[in-house]
Design a protein around this ligand. Sequence first.
Ligand code: PHE
Ligand code: ZN
Length: 884
Amino acid sequence: MNNRSDTSPTLVRLSEYRAPAWRVSQVELTFDLGIDTTEVTSRLHLQRDPAQDAPLRLDGEGLELLSIALDGEPLAGDAWRYADNVLEVDGARDGSVLETRVCLRPAANTALEGLYLSGPRERGFLLTQCEAEGFRHITFFPDRPDVLASYTVTLCADRDRFPVLLAGGNPDGQGELEGGRHWARFVDPHPKPSYLFALVAGRLQKIERDYATGGGRAVKLVIWAEPDAIGQCGYAMDALERSMRWDEEAYGREYDLDVFHVVATHDFNMGAMENKGLNIFNAKYLLADPDSSTDDEYRAVEAVVAHEYFHNWSGNRVTCRDWFQLSLKEGLTVFREQQFSADMNSAALKRIEDVALLRRAQFPEDAGPLAHPVRPAQYSEINNFYTATVYEKGSELVRMVAGRLGRDGFRRGMDRYFARNDGQAATLEDFLGALGEANGIDLMPYLAWYAQAGTPRLSARGLYDAAHRTYTLTLSQHTPPTPHQPHKQPLPIPVKLALFDRAGQIMPLHLTDDSAETSGATERVVVLDRAEQAFVFQQITEAPVPSLLRGFSAPVILECAYEPADLALLLRHDPDGFNRWEAGQQLAARAYDNLREGNETSALDAWCDALEALFNDGAMDPALLADLLTPPGEIELAERERQVDPSHVHALRQQLQEHLALRIGQSTLQHRYESLAAHASLQLDASNQARRRLKRRVLELLSRIDPWTAHAQATLQYDNAPSMTDRLAALAVLVRGNASQAHAALAHFRERYADNPLAMDKWFSVQTQLPGELVLDRVRALEADEAFTLKNPNRVNSLFGAWARNNPDGFHRPDGSGYQLLAERLKQLDALNPQVAARMATAFNGWQRLEPGRRALARSAIESVAAHAALSRNLNEIVQSMLH
Ligand code: PHE
Ligand code: ZN
């Protein structure tokens, strides 16, 4: 590895951004592909910025330089220097052409960055991953996103071993070479940054579809996979077509090349990658069939296919000036995908899922040692900043701005943004500037959200004045300090709200100073843009129940002294599914507090009563009901504790579910389960998915109060399941309950899916959900399984990731044995794949708030990682931030 940090790591700072002294207008690349060695010849057409006189410096990591020539002349050894990952060349002028030839070793590349081999050497294929800084592992280049060049790429390889040769752009010829070799050329007419370069070569099969854009361009859509997986690509193809159509309709954005290639690989560090014209996917987010994929996985495939496709405009046509602007493409593209998924499926369920993710992944990040702004001010290793904050919180910021502009205004602003920045590398200022100018609104106050880390606390107090029939809502905000940011400023917080009367009817709203046009609406947005502000509603005939932050209108933590009965009223009567869920989550959190404190049960009673009523309300959508019946997760509940004992949090959450199950009643649950189970089906439509979701939830609740019956039913469900959704749900109930039947079911599953890597990942991860005191031995047994390898990121995540993140009680063992195991594996993993190791290390996030015993044990485990020799820059940055 080339980024081992023996000295203290250098920080890259946003404030030190400088335009490049040298640009590249055109790149010609020729690859002589081989599994053990690949030769890359590159010709760079250089442009010098006349205002700067810096020497030509190119990035290059781990490259074996074979030859170098400038303007056709081989360069003498004293005319260039290659050290510390920089190649410095003397004598280059504006218009010069630099030609280099380097040797790469794809089969030895376990970091999965640059050019690498996916799969076994006999039948695997070659591919590249360049974001963020992988291109410098392929050739010498100014490897920064503000250098945009047009690419001509020629691939040469043995025809038998590499029958398929792909690169981004349009095809531009192919032919035979001597010795059983062949070549193919691709030209990308759209200038792009180096991180969007990609190639793929190997034995792949394809499915194809013809697509015509609204503007009449004929596009060939091609999905490529290894022979055993090509049959699972049909759903992704449908999703791709839906995404393309949607982007035309919702944003007026069309595809801009003659071909669009998508490739699936089992060896990938992330979810997927939007390389221009050649998207590469982690197979987990591309392959789907009912026998091996769950409903949730189908939705994830649709979402990720859409996300990568949408990048063609938000990311590729308009890219980022520097990596500090990462959220410019990621936050925006997550938001676009969320809109798309809401349109394709249920908008309320999508919002619930996304807000739950934000709270589970982003809020803890923002509250811990790794907290950083959506636009970080500095980094040591950029790969550590592909975070929930940049992606999910970044999307919430776009959502706030979009809400401020309204549908048409946002579209107008986006049109302006795309038109003005097309073909360029932009900043968040360019984004907010274009959106604001197109609408005559100053959006720059929202920049503060991008610069400030931490989740704001929003407090609300309501005061009803019966004599004047006014209701005064006082909102205030406060953001706790985060690392390097002790003082916080007030942010503009849009609060969407409604008021309900005691019968659960929504009230018309008349704000003081209202215009005639907005007065009388039942839902309004007020913007809190200072520390505290009061809003007065007129003509209010009784003390109302406020419904605040509707649709989760800002990524904040709401603190409001609701009476449990008020939340129960919203949970039962709010017409909007998301708001109803939100009221239920708040009520469940208060019920959790009741159980912890043990002196009072009004919230617990209100929560159980309301859900019992909803359970028996035949008009409820089963999917929404399933979500309403799910209390906040353990990670979220732990955020309510001063000192976290994960075993105690787990036990309390279990009790919460037991109370709920008992209130609904064993026989009612049983009855519902049976009626849902009677119609088990393979169909993927919304109503079948909804019934499966509720069936799973009901079975889980039953297992809390009548494990014996529930395990018998789960076994039946496992044996007869028509789909993976039902099969895995049943298996999870057996494993979580440590049922005697689990053993046989797991053995059966393993046998049945031995050749299906994505299903085997589920076999590993489901077992990490064993009860806390049992799981560590199982994790040890599983890592000794012949199907386990530290070299495959999906397998690593499905074992160690699922254990450390999704089973807090099982990871945070009181004796620290979980911490030690993870620390040891992190050291081994880091030697193979620094990106995956660094991301896995973030499972220690939150350690400072553990109860003292665990805290000390966690600290020493993290310190043992920090003390390990030759840590990668990636892992080093994470553990150092954790400890300081
Ligand atoms: N840009 C990819 C996406 O979000 C994520 C990614 C980052 C993939 C870095 C690989 C490497 O769509
Ligand atoms: Zn993305």
